[in-house]
Design a binder for this molecule. Structure first.
Ligand code: TMP
Length: 216
């Protein structure tokens, strides 16, 4: 039985998700709330190994469907090995990306079809969906600029895609959001880090009120 809260951060590359996750994670720890932060693809050994294959800049021959299947495989393993056990333990899980990434990147931007990509993911996630998905919406030009200015971040195979691809990813997320407003919340990721974190805290508090009562 799921007792924790599954919070997913979605958005284009360089949208500031990781920075926000770190701040929210620290906030939970300061408030003595059990919480983990993790990411897709990755978060556990098998999925990190799959991540290496997917994002390797030398794997230029990778077929779009292969890419979608590898993301779904990494998702499955991460979910059963890390996310579900934590949620069952009452832990809040902050996850950098989940199924909407595959819908926006592979389904929409790669042109494989959102419904087709959802169908392979249904098999992978077996009904498990986030309690909250927060979409970081940003002009991809600003996002990519941020990545280029960040010396600590290694450029991966998807970062090398042309700007049109990243524009499509944003468009894809926009469509997914319009069709799923009941489970997604969109924030303007061009705002300051402080504003974004404050907004996310409000979103989480309103969700926690209805879910579990905590003293924050
Ligand atoms: P990251 O840089 O956010 O860790 O993600 C690695 C890249 O993988 C990023 O460009 C987004 C992409 N991605 C997909 O294309 N589909 C997916 O399902 C996921 C989880 C990530």
């Amino acid at each position: 039985m799921k007792k924790g809260l599954f919070i997913v951060f979605e958005g284009g590359d360089g949208s500031g998700k990781s920075t926000a996750i770190n701040s929210i994670y620290d906030w939970f720890l300061e408030n003595k709330i059990k919480c983990i932060k993790t990411r897709e693809p990755g978060g556990i050994k098998i999925a990190e190994d799959i991540r290496q294959v997917i994002l390797d800049k030398n794997n230029t021959a990778m077929d779009g469907r292969t890419e979608a299947l590898l993301y779904a495989a990494a998702r499955r393993q991460h979910l059963v090995e890390k996310v579900i056990p934590a949620l069952e333990d009452g832990v809040i899980v902050l996850c950098d990306r989940f199924v909407d990434s595959s819908l926006a990147y592979q389904g929409y931007a790669r042109g494989l079809g959102v419904d087709e990509v959802m169908s392979i993911n249904k098999f992978a996630i077996d009904g498990y969906m986030p309690d909250i998905s927060i979409l970081f919406d940003i002009d991809p030009k600003i996002g990519l600029q941020r990545i280029n200015n960040n010396d600590d971040r290694e450029i991966n195979r998807l970062d090398l895609e042309k700007i049109d691809f990243h524009e499509k990813v944003r468009e894809g997320y926009g469509i997914i959001y319009s069709n799923n407003k009941d489970r997604m919340i969109k924030i303007n990721a061009e705002k300051s880090k402080e504003q974004i974190v404050a907004e996310i805290k409000d979103i989480i508090i309103s969700k926690l009120d209805t879910k579990i009562s905590l003293n924050i």
